[in-house]
Design a protein around this ligand. Sequence first.
Ligand code: GAR
Length: 195
Amino acid sequence: MRLIVMISGSGSNLQAILDAVQAGELAAEVALVVSNRASAYGLERAHKAGVPTLYFPLKPYKDRGADRTEYDADLAAKLSPYQPDLIVLAGWMHVLSPVFLDQFPRQVINLHPALPGMFPGTEGIHESYEAYQRGEVEHGGCMVHYVIPEIDAGEVIQQAVVPIHPGDTVDDFETRMHQTEHKIIVAAIRTVIDK
Ligand code: GAR
C-alpha cells in the first residue's frame, strides 16, 4: 500500500503514520509527503524519516489570477507518478475540488477534529471548545472520512469522542485531541488496507 500524506503544519499525525509504518503496525510505505506551506514542520519530519517531499504552494497561482482548479489539476499531475493507493489528508488545509478528486476515486481520506457534521473548516478544535463553554456540546470528537467535494464530509471510516473537562484550557483539549487523532488516523489507514 503506497501512501501519500498531505500536510500544512506540524505534522504530528504524519509522525504517527511514519511511526506505525516503522514499527510494522501498518503494511504500507509513505511514498511522498506534500505540503502547501514551506514552513510546515511536517516536512522536517519527512526528511528525518527519509521520505521524499513536495512543496506545492497555491500562492503563485493566486498571484497570477489562475483558476483554483488549475492548481488542483497540476497537483494531481504531480502526485500521479507516485502511484498512490491512498492519499491521506493529515492537517491539509485546502479544499480539493473534483478536478483533483476524480483522478483518485475513493482513494483520498481526511482527518477532521470534530465528529460527523460538526464544525467543518479549519477551526474545528477552537469551535468545539467554545461550543462546550457555551453549553452547546458535551464533548468534542474527531473522525477520518473519505473525501468528497463537500468540506469535511463523506463516508466515515473511524471516529472517536474526545472529552472536554470543565477546567480544560483550549491547549489541554487540543493535546487530548491530537492523542486521539494519532490513534484513529492509523486505525483508519489499517481499515482501508484490510478492505
Ligand atoms: C489536526 O488536528 C487535524 O484534525 C486538523 O489539522 C490538525 C493537524 O495537526 N485538520 C483539519 O482541521 C481539517 N479540517 P498535525 O499537523 O499536528 O497533524
